[in-house]
Write a protein that binds this ligand. Sequence first.
Ligand code: F6P
Length: 361
Amino acid sequence: MKKIVISTGGGDAPGLNAVIYAVVRSCYRRGWEVYGSKSGYKGLLDMDELLRLEIADVDEIYSMGGTVIGSTNKGDPFNMPVKNLAGETQVVDVSDRIVQNFTRMGFDCHIAIGGDGSLEIARKFADKGMPVIGVPKTIDNDLEATDRTFGFDTAVATATEALDKLHSTAKSHDRVMVVEVMGRDAGWIALYSGISGGADVILMPEIPFDMDKVCGKIMDNALHEKDYAIVVVAEGATAMGGEVISKGRGEIGRSEVLLGGIGEWVASEIRQRTEKDTRSLVLGHLQRGGSPTTFDRLLAMRFGAAAVRLVEKGIFGHMVALASSQMTSVPLEDAVKSRKKVNMQSDKVLTARDIGICLGD
Ligand code: F6P
């Protein structure tokens, strides 16, 4: 009999519940117990927030967005913000308490589902001797050690649907519509949805863009009797020589700045330079919500079941991964080493260029 604790950390992504579903059911078949740690590590920190997960608790959750055990992106146990008696916020390391609670509960393994930040925390716990297995999650698809993360396919589908809808309104008004999509360090969502959604311009963090080129492309549309344009810009994209536009640090305890604003900046530049009617919108968290696509559900369930098989084999300190359509695993330190950027020689980038999409360069 084994006892597993599972957590979901960082921003949510469609497919989290499908992983939980697969872990609980795979463990049940082996006669093992599963607990969910509420809101990242909070459950393991305050033991009253540990939920026993039975088959009935996960019935049909595979099709639901979000996570039934909650998540947080300000719960790093190695840098936890807590208020002292004077009401001041101090950053403390509560990781030892979590390791103690893990041992006291008699857990055999922690399955940590998360993106780069959460997997880095999982790696630190593995260094402290905790048996940990990581499951890669992020709509941004920017984890180097796996071909895909779940959540990405759903986010791309949402963004593509939005672009489809924007075509008719842009065309009716001869307008330029600038759509800001997520993508902090990499332009995966922008590139995939932009190609699939018929964008004229796609701007990604990988290519600092030149506004002259962007506006030139928009004006050139007139050569083909097209008086409107669709521009997709990833939140982490920057103009040549410019900086990432952010809204500052956001809430206390967040490890990353809150990105946002590049879409409106690009729109105002286009408005001034081309004198065309231009509007911008931010798709934001719509991309993280909703039911996972079939691809994401299946990938999430494959990851969940593969994680349980690793526990069975006694392989810890690894992250499950997808490589050439097969389930595999990689050491956690390799999983968090670097961000996966869009490859400029990939056929998707070549496709975008071949069909006349401007990438800002
Ligand atoms: O990492 C996923 C992501 O969706 C990023 O693209 C985005 O910058 C961030 O999460 C937003 O996080 P929050 O929900 O904290 O605003």
